[in-house]
Design a protein around this ligand. Structure first.
Ligand code: SAM
Ligand code: GLN
Length: 270
């Protein structure tokens, strides 16, 4: 209890309880029942030292997923570390939508794979996946996650703004690219701003669709005729993105919301 009170220096009471439970379960294999029985007050001296170490990172504002080295995504435990974006629940909704329409063995290209959460989830569901990122750290982490989950993904280092990807054909292109404008930083959570990689998050204020344009251009020449492009988007630019896609020959566009009611996903096809 005392521990939860200390966590409230950086978390709301509800978050503090959730973070405490997560740490106890992940690191010390203590269930909710164990905590109710007071087993968390009987940690060995080694475990206690580890807990103090974890607590000090948390009190310095490091996201709990980085402190524990793992994040949950669609029932998988994926390794994450600073330099790689922590997977978000919205992104799991993007994967769900894509899978509803994907045939077995569907050829997928993911741009900006980060932890590999999208690529690994799709490969687990039977898609044949190529995934790119410009960040070597992300590719190392994503490769490890694919191996841990027992799936094969073809990971390629590539800068989508100057792509060198081959002219292969894909049935689906999917991306959750950087989409937060620099001017939006002021409204963001300090924890995210201080610890997550800015090159995974931000686009210049003057060109919020920078990555979407590059991905649609790439898709225009590498997508099978009946292929589809799936995006996670900045809720402010859904209509602009649909207009851009239509201007580039993707006549069918659909925009839908995440579970918080924000415009969050776009699908385009020709
Ligand atoms: N797919 C992961 C997810 O959904 O959690 C990560 C998404 S993160 C918002 C965007 C990713 O795009 C980062 O991993 C970043 O390194 C990568 N990225 C940034 N600029 C890029 C570029 N020019 N070419 C390819 N990938 C890029
Ligand atoms: N959803 C992430 C956030 O709110 C941003 C992801 C992105 O830029 N693609 O921090």
């Amino acid at each position: 209890m005392n521990a939860i009170r200390r966590l409230q220096e950086v978390y709301s009471p509800g978050e503090a309880r959730a973070v405490y439970r997560l740490v106890m379960e992940t690191r010390f294999h203590l269930s909710m029942t164990d905590i109710l029985l007071g087993k968390d007050r009987e940690l060995s001296p080694n475990d206690l030292a580890e807990w103090e170490n974890i607590l000090s990172h948390l009190l310095h504002g490091m996201p709990v997923q980085y402190v524990l080295g793992e994040a949950e995504f669609r029932g998988m435990r994926l390794h994450v570390e600073p330099g790689v974006l922590i997977p978000r629940p919205e992104t799991a909704q993007l994967v769900d939508a894509l899978l509803q329409e994907a045939a077995e063995g569907c050829r997928v290209l993911e741009i900006g794979t980060g932890s590999g959460c999208i690529a690994v989830a799709l490969a687990k569901a039977g898609c044949r996946v190529t995934a790119t990122d410009v960040s070597p750290v992300a590719l190392r982490v994503a490769r490890g996650n694919a191996a841990d989950q027992g799936v094969e993904v073809d990971f390629v280092e590539d800068d989508v703004l100057h792509t060198r990807l081959p002219m292969a054909m894909w049935d689906v292109v999917v991306s959750n690219p950087p989409y937060i404008c620099q001017r939006e930083a002021a409204e963001m959570e300090p924890l995210v701003l201080a610890h997550e990689p800015h090159e995974a998050l931000f686009v210049p204020d003057h060109d919020p669709l920078l990555f979407y344009r590059a991905i649609l251009e790439l898709a225009a020449s590498r997508l099978a005729p009946s292929g589809r492009v799936y995006f996670e988007i900045n809720r402010l630019y859904g209509d602009d993105l649909c207009a851009l896609a239509r201007g580039m020959g993707f006549v069918h566009t659909a925009l839908w919301q995440d579970s918080f009611g924000n415009n969050r996903f776009v699908k385009c096809s020709r």
